[in-house]
Design a protein around this ligand. Sequence first.
Ligand code: AP5
Length: 218
Amino acid sequence: MRLLLIGPPGAGKGTQATIISKKYGIPQIATGDMLREEVKNKTELGMKAKAYMDKGELVPDSLVISMLEKRLKEKDASKGFILDGFPRTVAQADALADKFKEMHIDKFLVIELKVDEENIIKRLSARRVCSSCGKIYNLLTEPPKKDNVCDDCNAPLYQRDDDKESTIRERFKVYNSKTAPLIDYYTKKGMLKTVSADGSIEEINKAIIAVIDKAFNG
Ligand code: AP5
């Protein structure tokens, strides 16, 4: 099963991709997480990517495409995967189409998570992430049991550098100009399903599962 999750910053792509990945036993491939890991490890790619990420801009296509292509060759991705945050430009979508051709993948589903921008500003300002396992929390809706500590591994939580209101608004602008055209791109190919992402995590998950089951089993 190959799934692509598209949606603006804070739509819940990471939250939903984690649940779906566990349910279907397929890896979650999140380019944002991969880039943050490169930044943390101060790799050459990480040093280049950081400046873009801190401003809320996209990392150049050439860097992200080669990182993703390498990841898709790993063994755990051979039977399926969920892409979270890729593609984000038409150039990335074209590169992915070429890659899928090379890998003989002709069936995949693109799920758009649609949300209201003002809800998201509040959501993202309250997001916290585990510094060890990456589990996503929200101080308003999904708080940890103990202040600032991960429920699963006891590591401290942190706030992402790009979760400041001004950077969030820039990320939205970038989404609308560079990524939103993919909605039309995949609609024309008959690959896109849209799910409203304004409800609870469970409600949204139910709607996504229904769309997946219909596409792959029904
Ligand atoms: P990335 O990490 O992909 O960030 P993003 O797309 O802006 O998305 P987010 O991770 O902010 O949000 P999300 O939709 O995953 O929401 P989440 O589940 O965490 O990318 C970061 C940067 O990396 C980019 O700006 C760019 O620079 C670079 N980059 C990455 N991929 C790239 C690419 N392909 N090309 C070029 N550059 C790239 O949820 C958010 C919060 O809301 C959480 O606190 C969560 O608990 C809460 N929440 C989730 N669902 C709900 C709900 N239903 N109700 C209430 N709260 C909820």
